[in-house]
Design a protein around this ligand. Structure first.
Ligand SMILES: [Zn+2]
Ligand SMILES: [Zn+2]
Length: 899
């Protein structure tokens, strides 16, 4: 019974630190195996090991934590699987930058030493985000934390690679790929960010061979690629050029002869209808080249510098080569014209360097056969995407999916388990490093130097983290996972690929639900970015307002399909909410001194209207929150909790029971204490998933009743932590208070009516007034008589008359509540002279405003020039002040009648 006293002011940091340590230390985040409780599992979208917590992570992990805490309290055996991603290029870049600062580069170190250096970096400074997730309150099962390059996950990667290779779903091919000349690696289609950029269209003249004086003009946005031209093409039905087909043109500068081919790909409307064909440097031209058996001439090296195939341009960077080629063509009179031309330019998603289509030998996953079951699984509802509109995006992409280029020319990552034999030239792909060629037995083997796309290992995350390819108890209990919480930006990078891999290797979808949340933007709806300077740092916010206020804000704004416009004032607002809860708890605790809930037999208590009302509302809130969380409507859960806590519990119930606590008879006092305790205790449990820290701190200070069985019914008696207490479920006996609650709402409406009149008449709160309640029915009369004490006390009345058919004083102000007329006689209540003066002054002010708006709206130049919505706004404002004036005039009339 040693209830702790709560500090006067809630100080989040010490509380957060203390409870997190306790929860983690006691193993409350751990999933237990074996277990007869219902499993519930979520795999975390693994943040990059280089990552620092940003708003996106904060939202994503807050929502996951809400679900996990809620399901734990509902009795589930929850596994929230945490971990980090090795993040190939990103991490390699970090360490390369470090080396550069020391005046070194990775090639000096060599592959092995470089990789060692990356591991060393990871050990020292990688994974700081894990500590930041803990500050957010994330209740992950940290003992199971994984890393995409740890031994177990690396085994899974090899297993998958070898199996897909053996099934013919992984192959090697010489194709055009997207190439980053800065990162020196291939990029998959979705790693290229397309952006509309201003550019030029250069029109180049190529002389026709054997027809002196005749030229064809081709248009291009990348003139330097002409060095790699191996044909020009026209449309087969283009009359203008029919005679050219089969002839040759001369490639200027390099003086190479190019055939003229006919291909339906050519758009007759574009430029002159003749196009240059550069199969090694353009995706469409590559296809044309394939159809016509054209040569592929690669004119760039891996840095985008012209190679020997470019003859006199060798050694020039691609953009320098562009300038030189254009200048030389111009000098020879072969530049027909230059037009401004905006076009989409692909940039590397890591470094923004302009991506080059580049011919190279790469490894691919043949995706179409894997996509098919992944499409079917969503169509059949085995996996549900919420909000549902994202399903269409998913289908669109999956139905048009192209082979996935999985090799990357970097060092940090899973090295491809393929070995080339120098003796017979065959390739050996194996789970275990081979010592000899499987084809000829030679031991002259070289391992592939490429590593896998970082998304290859994360595609296996839902099952590789649980120990696959072993058949582990984790997989048996927790796969398929219950839910994936993620942003739409990685729907294709990650979610789609997990679907494909999960179905292929586990024979089952990786998750039942995929909840796609919105983006966090700034208050104006702009994307947060360092360059705009509008970034809100989650850790700064946590420092300033406390974790719970921050989490509650994120939940409150997480409406489906709508981006979150986050302003710091919002978070400050929810800090006030936390403080309101804290103060209510302090009040409750002060009144519970020596109180032992276990000693109270609830059946013996005589409940008041107010008690029945708050129990009904508590019950409704529990129902609403449960329904909202089930449907991933986090904002609805937050708003139901906010309303109940602030308006119903703090503003009404606490006020209603004060009298009982201070002046009630002993029985009534016990009842009030009991329900005050009970409602707060339930409220804390309801709030816990959203605000874990403050609720635990208060809950621990409350007297324990031993009435709530701990989760799972396993432990008897009181739960050791709020985390382990049961989540309140709607109870039929409280649902039955519905009509009692409606009665109380009438009492509250009556009190509200009197308060409205007090407000309108500006009667100071300390001043007691008189009121009359004219009831429309016997039931109301009885009810109000019964609750007279509440009305007198909460409306601060000096006298109260309740009756039916009461005579209405002429000077009374009237409010209506249900079938009750609330009458407050004004005579003697207000200083008529002063009030009249005040109202006249107000009306004077309003008149000026009305004049201002009217003049503006009568001004033709404003009406004509201002945007329609601005004019509409002004009209609205005018209507508003006109209404205000009418209300003031009515009050003035009333006041004058009192004279
Ligand atoms: Zn790059
Ligand atoms: Zn061999």
């Amino acid at each position: 019974m040693a209830e702790t006293e709560l500090a006067k002011v809630y100080e989040p940091h010490a509380v957060e630190e203390r409870w997190y340590r306790t929860w983690e230390g006691e193993g409350f985040f751990r999933a237990t195996l074996p277990s007869d409780r219902t499993p519930y599992s979520i795999v975390i979208p693994p943040p990059n090991v280089t990552g620092a917590l940003h708003m996106g992570h904060a939202l994503n992990n807050t929502l996951q934590d809400i679900l996990c805490r809620w399901q734990r309290m509902r009795g589930c055996n929850v596994l929230w699987m945490p971990g980090t991603d090795h993040a190939g290029i990103a991490t390699q870049n970090v360490v390369e930058r470090q080396l550069a600062a020391e005046g070194k580069d990775r090639h000096e170190l060599g592959r092995e030493q470089f990789i060692e250096r990356v591991w060393q970096w990871k050990a020292e400074s990688g994974g700081q985000i894990i500590g930041q997730l803990k500050r957010l309150g994330a209740s992950c099962d940290w003992e199971r934390e994984r890393f995409t390059m740890d031994d177990g996950l690396s085994t899974a990667v090899r297993e998958v690679f070898v199996r897909l290779y053996e099934e013919g779903l992984i192959f090697r091919d010489n194709r055009l790929i997207n190439w980053c000349p800065r990162c020196h690696t291939a990029l998959s289609d979705i790693e290229v960010e397309h952006e509309e950029k201003a550019g030029h269209l250069w029109h180049l003249r190529y002389p026709v061979v054997d027809q002196p004086g005749r030229f064809v003009t081709v248009a291009t946005t990348r003139p330097e690629t002409m060095l790699g031209d191996t044909a020009v093409a026209v449309h087969p039905e283009d009359e203008r050029y029919r005679d050219l087909i089969g002839r040759k043109v001369l490639l200027p500068l390099l003086n190479r002869q190019l055939p003229v081919v006919a291909d339906e790909y050519v758009d007759r409307e574009f430029g002159t209808g003749v196009v240059k064909i550069t199969p090694a440097h353009d995706f469409n031209d590559f296809e044309v080249g394939r159809r016509h058996g054209l040569d592929l001439i690669n004119v760039f090296d891996e840095s985008g510098v012209v190679n020997a195939a470019g003859h006199q341009y060798e050694g020039l960077d691609r953009f320098a080569a562009r300038k030189q080629v254009v200048a030389d063509l111009e000098a020879q009179g072969l530049l027909a014209k230059v037009q401004d031309h905006a076009h989409a330019l692909g940039g590397c998603y890591r470094c923004k360097t302009v991506v080059e289509p580049y011919l190279s030998l790469q490894w691919y996953v043949k995706v179409a056969p894997l996509a098919e079951p992944a499409i079917a699984a969503v169509r059949e509802g085995k996996t549900r995407i919420v909000p549902q509109q994202w399903e269409n995006t998913y289908f669109d992409w999956m139905e048009n999916i192209r082979d996935w280029c999985i090799s990357r020319q970097i060092w940090w990552g899973h090295r491809i388990p393929a070995w080339y034999c120098d003796h017979c030239g065959e390739v050996t792909v194996a789970k275990v490093d081979p010592t000899a060629c499987t084809h000829c037995g030679s031991d002259e083997l070289r391992q592939e130097t490429d590593v896998l796309d970082t998304w290859f290992s994360s595609a296996l995350w839902p099952f590789s983290t649980m120990g696959w390819p072993e058949r582990t108890p984790e997989l048996a209990a927790f796969y398929p996972t219950s839910c994936l919480v993620t942003g739409f930006d990685i729907l294709f990078f990650w979610v789609a690929r997990m679907m494909m891999m999960g179905l292929h290797f586990m024979g089952e979808v990786p998750f039942r639900d995929v909840y796609i949340h919105a983006l966090v933007r700034d208050a104006q709806g702009q994307k947060m970015s360092k360059s705009k300077g509008n970034v809100i740092d989650p850790l700064t916010v946590i420092e300033e307002y406390g974790t719970d206020a921050f989490r509650f804000t994120l939940a409150a704004f997480a409406a489906q399909g709508r981006d979150i416009k986050l302003a710091e004032e919002r978070i400050a607002g929810y800090r006030n909410f936390a403080n309101k809860l804290w103060n209510a708890a302090r009040f409750t605790l002060m009144n519970l001194e020596g109180f032992e809930p276990a000693a109270v037999d609830p059946a013996s208590l005589e409940t008041s209207n107010a008690d029945r009302w708050i129990l009904f509302r508590l019950n409704e809130t529990a129902r609403e929150v449960g329904e909202a969380l089930t449907a991933f409507r986090f904002n609805d859960a937050a708003s139901a909790l906010y309303r109940f806590t602030w308006s119903e519990f703090c503003d009404w119930y606490i006020e209603l029971v004060k009298d009982d606590l201070y002046r009630g008879d002993p029985a009534r006092r016990t009842t009030a204490r009991y329900y005050l305790w009970l409602v707060l205790e339930h409220l804390l449990r309801l709030l816990h998933p959203l605000m874990p820290f403050i609720t635990e701190e208060i809950w621990q200070a409350l007297p324990k009743g031993g009435r709530q069985p701990a989760v799972g019914g396993r432990q008897q008696g009181v739960a050791p932590s709020l985390m382990r207490a049961e989540y309140p479920r709607p109870r039929p006996e409280w649902e039955a208070y519905r009509s009692g609650a409606a009665e109380m709402e009438l009492v509250m409406a009556v009190i509200g009516g009197i308060r409205t009149i007090r407000g309108e008449m500006e009667v100071p709160p300390s001043r007691e007034i008189a009121a009359l309640l004219d009831c429309g029915s016997l039931a109301s009369l009885k009810l109000l008589k019964h609750n007279e004490a509440y009305i007198v006390s909460l409306a601060r009345l000096g006298s109260l008359g309740i009756g039916i058919g009461l005579e209405k004083p002429a000077d009374a102000s009237v409010q209506v509540a249900g079938d009750v007329q609330v009458l407050v006689p004004l005579k003697g209540l207000v200083d008529v002279e002063a009030e009249e003066k005040r109202l006249l002054k107000e009306i004077g002010k309003i008149d000026k405003e009305i004049e201002l708006f009217s003049r503006k709206l009568e001004n033709p130049s404003f009406i004509d020039r201002a945007p329609a919505e601005i004019v509409a706004k002004e009209r609205e404002k005018l209507a508003e002040v006109t209404t205000t004036k009418r209300v003031l005039e009515e009050s003035l009339e009333k006041i004058r009648r009192l004279k």
